[in-house]
Design a protein around this ligand. Structure first.
Ligand SMILES: Cc1ncc(COP(=O)(O)O)c(C=O)c1O
Length: 357
């Protein structure tokens, strides 16, 4: 009997890429596949999306895995490198590097080889995480253009902090901070994440950087991917491993946080926080058995959850349970757990086998 698995629909991934291209016609697409492709499986996802113009990862190890899997496309290392050994490795892997702080400028200036890189200069226009502040931009740009081995390509990127906010005012503010810096430079620019791609064409610039939308999910908490023509790529499904009848008054799970108010039929399902299911889904997250929604009752434990299936007399061991996916929007499950779809997807653990279909 197969227990938990994540089925990844590669046709959905490709369809989502087409939707994104239609939203941002003529722009190049950097597919964001960091964090194990948001839980979808790094190499399988990237190979399924081989039509993207580039891929973006956060860690050198992710880039290494992509090259080992045979991906020849441009790979952008979003956080860049932090020492000379990493710089050398990035060169060996032929990576594009983001440069967001002085330490990285100094590494490029002092590297012993005359190797030339494809570089993305990151400007901090309001996220206040990584990047040169607008007043530091000109000096950083000049240092890069004056390297003894000048960049093969030099581009600019910034990251939006509130593209999913309805009024868009902070995004406009970020654009206003960026525009004077790049005006007259004749440089390619990248700004938009999924929310901006779907809602704010003024951010599209030369390169868009979708993550969540590629996986078919809405970055806006109140909306669903399908409203934008996106298809969820991951269906997380598991199996009923026991069915039990409880008398009224019995408690369920650790801490007894749920108590049966009536004679209750309970399905025990092979899925827990060991698989990445967040504990905040306890007591209330929906799931699907057949076509019916049932609630998670009690706490999520390491390997198991329980569902109240009193209304489903036919449930038996071996039945398939959808935790989220094609039939149940992960956005909705996330809302039930007080979190965002990003966190649920990225949390899917290595224990969960990925089936790419
Ligand atoms: C620099 C950068 N660009 C793009 C993305 C993609 O964001 P989203 O998944 O919201 O499209 C991320 C993700 O966090 C990111 O860090």
């Amino acid at each position: 009997m197969r227990l938990i698995r994540a089925r990844i629909d590669s046709a959905a991934l490709r369809s989502n890429l087409r939707v994104i291209r239609a939203c941002a016609p003529g722009r190049r697409v950097m597919a964001v596949v960091k964090a194990n492709a948001y839980g979808h499986g790094l190499t399988g996802t990237a190979l399924a999306l081989a039509d993207a113009d580039a891929f973006a990862v956060a860690r050198l190890e992710e880039a290494m895995a992509l090259r080992e899997a045979g991906l020849r496309r441009r790979i952008v290392l979003l956080e860049g490198v932090f020492d000379a050994a990493q710089l050398q490795e990035a060169a060996r892997l032929d990576l594009d590097l983001v440069v967001h702080q002085d330490l990285q400028l100094a590494l490029l200036e002092t590297q012993p080889s005359e190797r030339r890189y494809r570089l993305w200069l990151k400007v901090d226009t309001g996220m206040n995480r990584l990047g040169f502040r607008p007043e530091q931009f000109r000096a950083a740009w000049q240092r890069l253009t004056r390297l003894s081995a000048p960049p093969l390509e030099l581009r600019v990127l910034t990251h939006l902090a509130g593209a999913d906010e309805e009024d868009g005012s902070f995004t406009r503010e970020q654009l206003a901070r960026l525009e004077p810096l790049v005006q007259g430079l004749n440089v390619e620019v990248s700004i938009a994440n999924s929310a901006a791609i779907l809602s704010q064409p003024t951010t599209h610039a030369h390169w868009v950087r979708p993550g969540l939308a590629l996986y078919g999910i809405s970055p806006f908490p109140q909306r669903r991917g399908r409203e934008f023509g996106l298809k969820p790529a991951m269906t997380l499904e598991s199996t009923v491993i026991a069915v039990r009848e409880l008398p009224a008054g019995e408690r369920v799970g650790y801490g007894g946080t749920w108590r049966a108010s009536r004679p209750t039929r309970l399905a025990i399902i092979a899925a827990g926080y060991g698989d990445g299911l967040l504990r905040s889904l306890s007591n209330g997250a929906p799931m699907l058995i057949g076509a019916r929604r049932v609630p998670l009752v009690g706490r999520v434990s390491m390997d198991m959850i329980a569902a109240d299936v009193t209304e489903l007399p036919g449930v038996s061991v071996g039945d398939r349970v959808e935790l989220w996916g094609a039939g149940l929007a992960v956005e909705e499950v996330a809302a039930a757990g007080g979190t965002i779809a990003y966190e649920l997807l990225c949390a899917v653990s290595q224990r969960v086998p990925i089936e790419l279909i």
